[in-house]
Design a protein around this ligand. Structure first.
Ligand code: CP
Ligand code: NVA
Length: 304
């Protein structure tokens, strides 16, 4: 049987995603009660990082260890990938020795090519285009606080980047409406909007997008790989900050999320992470639980 991959949220059905999120919550509970689980004993995850990471690396590595397996960190600096060995050759070799591969890289095409040549599941741990693992944690966090997100309104304020793209996919998969507020020239992919046209509304004014929303989300204005654009982006995005004033136009029970790392004083005001509406620290912790559920699903085909 061909391996199942997780390159975008579209690689799973809605019902699989919902079961996975529920399973993640169960795993969190189990872990907090100190119950041990060795479902991935002797299994190995290879982790290829071509960009920096704190949460993704720690959560995948800790998650594998907590399930009885292990994880191997591979950087292009010390593998032949960094010296030009073809992606397909690397995929054939690495996937002949491990049980799953996680990749964080630039072009989305890189994970697609790796997956096409891999014998084992490949997980997209962030590309320039998508960040689906973060959405698993975000959907888990929303559900733990507010129940099903079906029919809710989510406001994305800021850059039409990889996180925004995964929110667009999530809007269809989890059945919510996404309002996106971004400055001209920083819209999410046109092609993606066309596919999800009934789920996404574009705004220029953050307050219009945030009005009565159930969840406000943002991300950095300059993503990894866009360091040279930092100054221009700071100018373009001024006015697109999530702060208590913007939150005041949302639903009174609205939650606030950010995938982190955050820049206080830029996309969020200094007080937002500790605001009563903020669930960012749980959102970050849920990366661990959601990915443990994902690893069990992809490696063992189990969701309980
Ligand atoms: N949110 C997220 O993916 O964080 P890291 O870049 O630290 O992995
Ligand atoms: N959009 C950000 C997300 C970081 C987790 C980036 O790609 O750098």
């Amino acid at each position: 049987m061909a391996a199942r991959h997780f390159l975008t949220l579209n690689d799973m059905t809605t019902s699989e995603l919902e079961s996975l999120v529920d399973h993640a919550t169960a795993l969190r509970k189990e872990w907090r009660q100190g119950k041990l689980r060795d479902s991935l004993k002797n299994r190995i995850l290879a982790m290829i990082f071509e960009k920096s990471s704190t949460r993704t690396r720690v959560s995948f590595e800790a998650g594998m260890a907590q399930l009885g397996g292990s994880a191997m960190f591979l950087s292009p600096r010390d593998t032949q990938l960094g010296r030009g060995e073809p992606i397909e050759d690397s995929a054939i070799v690495i996937s002949s020795m491990v049980d799953a591969v996680m990749i964080r890289t630039f072009a989305h095409e890189t994970v697609e090519r790796f997956a096409a040549a891999s014998r084992v599941p490949v997980i997209n741990a962030l590309t320039d285009e998508f960040h689906p693992c973060q959405l698993l944690a975000d959907m888990q966090t929303y559900r733990e606080h507010r129940g099903s997100i079906r029919g809710a309104t989510v406001a994305w304020i800021g850059d039409g980047n990889n996180m925004c793209h995964s929110y667009i996919n999530a809007a269809t998969q989890f059945d919510f409406h996404l309002n996106v507020a971004c400055p001209e020239g920083y819209e999410p992919s046109d092609d993606l909007i066309k596919v999800h046209a009934d789920r996404v509304t574009l705004f220029r004014e953050p307050a219009e997008a945030a009005r009565n929303a159930d969840l406000l989300v943002t991300d950095v204005w300059a993503s990894m790989g866009q360091e040279d654009e930092q100054k221009a982006r700071r100018d373009a995005f001024s006015g697109y900050q999530i702060n208590p004033e913007l939150l005041a136009v949302a639903d009174r029970d609205a939650l606030f999320m950010h995938c982190l790392p955050a820049h206080r004083g830029e996309e969020i005001s200094a007080d937002m992470l500790e605001h009563p509406a903020s669930v960012v620290w749980e959102e970050a912790e849920n990366r661990l639980h959601a990915q443990k559920a994902l690893l069990e699903f992809l490696i063992l085909n189990r969701l309980d």
